[in-house]
Design a protein around this ligand. Structure first.
Ligand code: GAL
Length: 423
């Protein structure tokens, strides 16, 4: 048996230690970006961001750590595991508001990026109501926005509606919507395309319907606790939501949101209520605005803009911090904002971009952002803590099966009491 000297033991120990710690030098020309952008339109838009980055930072290898699944329902748990295990990507996609603050800033997973705003002169380039209200804590900013989606849009297959004698005006009431649904049903067509294999898609249909009934003032009252989830108005929205399920595609629970949009393009369904990432799918398919497809605010929601903003963070102790800072600088640049949103369906978060570069849908959404009331989405993490967002998803799952209005409302009253009061 060999007995090693203390010196040899120490040398062996050092060897093990240095082998275990990856050499930063070998890795330094890399950047790991985490998101859930994998559908046709999403991936194309993410690629556009990558291309601008590569142009501005030649030689940096991008690791695309995207996890598939709309709304981030599969990605966010993966990210939490990585963050808790001290294995962060350099930067990740997040919604501002409760999601950014509750899941990433408060637990200490992010570093502020306030200096980037100063050094790039961004202080007046991004809308203050988003940067100050939803992305800052103790006067430090924690996110750079890539784009702003409008959540409350009703998309339609224009030729299919025309064939069925249905005319859509500049806005739509619930009565008009259901009249169109009845016409389509009589023609044997499921009117409303839903793809809720990720339940958030149905939760979003409910969220849009709720906004259509209670309006933007009711929305802020609901999330501040001034309006209760069992208020007769909320119940009216729940009943309308139930009624919509008389007209949905029978395969809805087997489809993802983008597969539902595909059914719309194939003429299998006529409408889909979805955030304007759906526009990214139409763009990717080279579908023509106002010829192949059209859009209108989700019934009752004209005058409101449901904000679903997307941005990126800087990880605390990011493995490639310089590359990550350069990434955030790219994301906030005019060039990237214009390239990304044209393909993603969002509008650039910066308000000083060249509007003439955008198509008719984007013009419509940019106008709405300026003149309409902005409300924050709960389904996409902004308006309420993650626990409430989850409770809403669970309540929607149960409701689709039992259609019990009182149970749905009471569950949410209880969830709001448990989670929102802890703000
Ligand atoms: C949202 C996100 C959008 C889009 C959508 C569907 O949460 O903000 O950018 O990706 O999910 O996946």
């Amino acid at each position: 048996m060999r007995i090693s000297s203390p010196l040899a033991t120490m040398a062996a120990l050092f060897a093990i230690l240095f082998a275990a710690v990856p050499s930063r030098a070998a890795d330094e020309n890399k950047l790991e970006v985490f998101s859930w952008w994998t559908s046709g339109g999403e991936a194309a838009a993410l690629d556009a961001l990558f291309n601008v980055y590569k142009k501005q930072n030649p030689g940096v290898e991008i690791i695309n750590a995207a996890v598939a699944g709309g709304g981030g329902s599969a990605a966010r748990p993966v990210l939490q595991t990585r963050l808790a295990g001290n294995n962060p990507p350099d930067t990740w996609q997040t919604h501002p508001g409760f999601e950014l603050m509750g899941q990433y800033v408060d637990p200490g997973y992010c570093e502020p990026v306030t200096d980037l705003y100063k050094s790039n002169g961004w202080d007046n380039a991004f809308p203050k109501e988003l940067v100050i209200n939803l992305m800052s804590k103790d006067r430090k900013i924690y996110e750079v926005l890539a784009g702003v989606h409008r959540g409350n849009v009703l998309w339609y297959n224009a030729k299919l509606l025309e064939k069925n004698g249905i005319n859509v005006g500049p806005k739509m009431t619930f009565d008009q919507f259901f009249a169109a649904c009845d016409k389509l049903k009589a023609a044997g067509i499921p009117a409303l395309g839903v793809g809720d294999s990720g339940i958030w898609a149905s939760a979003q249909l409910f969220e849009n319907t709720l906004l259509g009934v209670i309006g933007p003032k009711g929305w802020s009252d609901l999330y501040s606790g001034a309006l209760q989830w069992d208020d007769p108005k909320v119940k009216e929205a729940i009943k309308l939501f139930a009624r919509m399920f008389d007209y949905v595609n029978p395969d809805h629970s087997a489809l993802s949101w983008d597969q539902a949009i595909k059914e719309l393009m194939e003429g299998k369904v006529a409408f889909s209520s979805m955030g304007d990432w759906a526009d990214g799918e139409f763009v990717a398919a080279h579908w023509k605005e106002n010829e192949d497809f059209g859009w209108v605010s989700h019934p009752g929601t004209d005058g409101s803009f449901m904000v679903v903003a997307d941005g990126f963070t800087l990880a605390k102790s990011a493995p490639h911090k310089e590359a990550a800072l350069a990434w955030l600088k790219t994301v906030g640049s005019k060039e990237a904002q214009e390239a990304f949103s044209s393909l993603k369906g969002s509008i650039p978060a910066r308000t000083d971009i060249d509007r003439s570069k955008f198509d008719a849908y984007h013009q419509w959404s940019m106008n709405s952002f300026v003149k309409d009331k902005l409300v924050a989405s709960c389904v996409h993490g902004e308006a309420a803590p993650a626990a409430f967002q989850q409770a809403l998803n669970d309540a929607v799952t149960a409701f689709i099966v039992d259609k019990n209005v009182d149970d749905f409302a009471n569950t949410l009253v209880e969830a709001a009491r448990e989670t929102q009061t802890k703000k």
